[in-house]
Design a binder for this molecule. Structure first.
Ligand SMILES: [Zn+2]
Length: 209
């Protein structure tokens, strides 16, 4: 049971590598049915005056991937930015910069997931209201997959969808580095790491790319 929130000193002593290991350990506890659980009342009172999260996760809105739950994290542990298809834009990158540069987080985890509805819709060229413009963010991954995967280039091809989920995570990581000199410098200096993973809907595991 987690009873102590992360303090500034504890956060400062963490490295990007041990934060990643910590999140993967949490995912392993979740998968094995050994989630640590948390004393939320204690954590609420300890974090009222401030927060020192160890990581920021950029994930999809999918209801099957509740980020804190699948990584077994508690109040004060992680920032989470969510948008359908877990891609970056100016507001998301601003949120990531806030997390790392201002609030001291050590890791950016871009977390895609199996059978992502947004990715499938992008694969199929869906057009509907504001969804059309949103899906444009995923199209570079779709176009890359079309060069890499044989067969149908749409959501009927599960191999095509899986490759697009993976490409979308990798391209999002690349674009975060391109569009944010702040985060790129922090990564080059070893202050943070930018990593990518895919959540498996079948077994609850996060598989790192
Ligand atoms: Zn999704």
């Amino acid at each position: 049971m987690k009873t102590t929130a992360i303090s500034k000193d504890v956060q400062s002593a963490m490295t990007p590598e041990n934060v990643l290991q910590d999140l993967l350990n949490g995912n392993e506890r979740f998968v094995n049915g050994n989630a640590e659980g948390a004393d939320n009342s204690a954590l609420i009172s300890q974090t009222t005056g401030g927060q020192f999260p160890k990581a920021v996760v950029l994930s999809c809105i999918d209801s099957r991937v509740p980020v804190e739950t699948v990584l077994d994290q508690a109040i004060g542990d992680i920032f989470v930015a969510r948008v359908a298809g877990n891609f970056e834009n100016t507001d998301i990158i601003g949120s990531l910069e806030y997390s790392c540069k201002v609030a001291g987080s050590k890791l950016i985890l871009v977390l895609g997931h199996e059978s992502c509805g947004a990715v499938k819709a992008a694969c199929d060229g869906v057009e509907l209201g504001n969804i059309t413009a949103m899906l444009e963010n995923i199209m570079p991954a779709v176009r890359q997959s079309a060069e890499e995967i044989e067969g149908e280039a749409n959501s009927s091809n599960s191999e095509f969808v899986a490759k697009t989920v993976e490409n979308n995570v990798k391209l999002t990581m690349d674009r975060i580095r391109e569009k944010s000199p702040i985060l790129k410098d922090m990564e080059d200096n070893g202050e943070i790491k930018i990593v990518g993973g895919v959540y498996n809907l079948h077994n609850g595991k996060v598989e790192m790319l």
